[in-house]
Design a protein around this ligand. Structure first.
Ligand SMILES: Cc1ncc(COP(=O)(O)O)c(C=O)c1O
Length: 387
């Protein structure tokens, strides 16, 4: 009955089973995979969502790309990060996942390919498969920090390749696109007629005083689409607003195609569009609270790892999570299962994100300090113990 766009098996993996079992038994679980900012005890301004009830939201005036004031607010928000995007080149969507789906519909025929980073966000596998597109991974290589081998990437391009996707800051490596990498990637895309898609949802979260990552919009040669959204930029995933910003030589063509796709769905609610300018302004308080939280937890992580010589922190340059290399005294799966079953701690194993080799675990930097510190202490003990 199901199409081949869906995974052949829908059975839960062993970690999901262990988590379900622990929860069903009523035992507590400290979640170091939590990436939902609304669940980690941050103080949201109580009136933050009041603009959703704005008077203008009472009338429906559908616009494929979104209401003019909302698109201007997104353009202003890019300007805050010194990125120039005219409002006419902004299109709203309900989530970046939806934005990806629209881009794949727009750019790809069935069985076409997009190049995606590895390790990176596991949802790409589903987002591409659901559009009958092939995700072709290019490796991020770790030489002190994660880098793209742009020559190797260029050799992967064939006649079915339509786009190159970069995630900066990347989830979960925390790596950030460097200026020279952006220029080299843009040259490949311009030369091979590919669209450069930049997932910039974590752009507001450079870590350790790192400079903000360059945007794919900050190069003149390649057609580029930058993705962002309220989920991360102001910690409001429940409002369901994201955006695509389009630039470069074929931007008029991309916008024309996007208009058809977006007009077919008209998915962003009017209240959310009406509220968007205020949410982008007032949400700055949430962004600051998230920044403070991740900086605090990264500091605590650094201090804890300094006292655990068998452990290495792969320092993130941006984003909401961190990668720990742990002794390969047991498999990643055995470690994460033991953590759930014996310690009541949930972390992600590196293999979820296609890390090269073992053993890595990924921790979210969002949890409350109490949860973070307690769970981390248990992780550090368990990770050095043989199975
Ligand atoms: C790299 C990356 N892109 C996109 C998203 C999803 O964002 P949205 O909630 O807008 O779909 C996530 C969510 O964690 C992410 O890690």
């Amino acid at each position: 009955m199901r199409s081949s766009r869906l995974p052949a098996s829908l059975a839960p993996n062993r970690l999901a089973e262990a988590v379900a079992h622990r929860r069903a038994s009523g035992q507590p679980l400290l979640d170091l995979t939590e990436s939902n900012p609304t669940r980690v005890g941050l103080a949201y301004p109580p009136e933050l969502l009041a603009p959703l009830a704005g008077h203008e939201a009472l009338s429906y005036d559908p616009q494929p790309f979104g209401r003019a004031a909302a698109r201007e607010a997104v353009s202003d928000d890019y300007a805050r990060r010194a990125v120039s995007v005219p409002p006419a080149h902004v299109c709203l969507a309900a989530s970046t996942s939806e934005a990806y789906a629209w881009l794949f519909k727009l750019l790809c025929d069935p069985d076409d390919r997009v190049l995606v980073p590895r390790p990176s966000y596991p949802l790409f596998e589903h987002l591409t498969a659901l559009e009958c597109v092939e995700a072709s991974p290019y490796e991020l290589e770790r030489e002190g920090h994660w880098r793209i081998d742009v020559d190797a990437l260029a050799r992967q391009v064939d006649e079915r390749t339509k786009a190159v996707l970069v995630v900066s800051p990347n989830n979960p490596t925390g790596s950030v696109l460097q200026r020279d990498e952006l220029d080299a990637l843009a040259a490949v895309c311009a030369d091979r007629d590919l669209v450069l898609i930049g997932d910039e949802v974590f752009a507001d979260y450079p870590l350790d005083g790192a400079p903000p990552a360059p945007s794919v919009m900050q190069q003149p040669v390649a057609t580029a689409v930058s993705l962002g959204g309220l989920s991360k930029s102001v910690g409001l995933p429940q409002v369901k607003v994201a955006w695509l910003a389009v630039g470069g030589p074929a931007s008029a063509d991309v916008m024309a195609g996007l208009e058809i796709v977006a007009d077919t769905f008209l998915s962003v609610s009017t209240p959310a569009q009406v509220a968007l300018p205020a949410l982008l302004q007032d949400g700055a308080a949430v962004r600051e609270a998230i920044r403070a939280r991740i900086a605090r937890n990264l500091q605590a992580l650094r201090a804890a790892v300094a006292g655990a010589p068998a452990m290495t922190l792969l320092p993130p340059a941006g984003g909401w999570c961190a990668v720990l290399q742990v002794p390969a005294v047991r498999s990643e799966e055995s470690l994460v299962l033991a953590l759930v079953e014996h310690d009541g701690v949930l972390v992600h194993p590196g293999y979820f994100f296609d890390f090269p080799g073992e053993a890595f675990v990924i921790v979210s930097l969002l949890p409350s300090p109490e949860v973070f510190d307690t769970a981390l202490a248990r992780l550090l003990v368990r990770a050095v113990e043989a199975a």
